[in-house]
Design a binder for this molecule. Structure first.
Ligand code: FES
Length: 141
């Protein structure tokens, strides 16, 4: 695998947690994604935004809420199945998160998607205005 595409050691991608990272898309724009491990050991990754309000991040930098194989949006409580990306509850029910293809090899987790190139671990640092954070969210913040 291309070492430039290596996101993390495979041991650092855990079930029940998300690991935030930044990619560059095929138009040269930075975008955030998160990866996690499913119960069967598979590593999956998705773009880091809610399908309801696309300016709302699921992982705000300290890990998204993950329970029972689902990631939550803390704004209005939508839940997305991590194996399929499908929203099965909430205002965007039936929508599907945007997947980023990954490969696990040589003890590492790699971005393996023609549309994205790995940039760095952590947030993109790009301020998109994030209007979602200025509105009251599910947690009252
Ligand atoms: S912004 Fe995510 S459920 Fe509304």
């Amino acid at each position: 695998m291309d070492e430039a595409a290596r996101v993390a050691d495979a041991d650092d991608v855990l079930e029940g947690e998300t690991l935030l990272f930044t990619v560059r898309d095929d138009e040269g724009e930075l975008a955030e994604a998160f990866c996690t491990r499913l119960a069967d050991g598979t590593v999956v990754a998705y773009r880091n935004y809610c399908q309801h309000w696309t300016d709302v991040r699921l992982d705000k930098g300290d890990g998204a809420r993950v329970t029972n194989g689902e990631v939550w949006c803390q704004k209005h409580g939508a839940t997305f199945q991590l194996d399929t990306g499908v929203c099965d509850f909430g205002p965007c029910e039936g929508s599907v998160m945007e997947r980023v293809d990954m490969t696990v090899a040589d003890g590492g987790v790699y971005v393996d998607d023609e549309a994205y190139a790995f940039e760095h671990l952590g947030p993109s640092g790009v301020d998109k205005g994030d209007g979602g954070d200025s509105r009251i969210d599910f947690t009252g913040n």
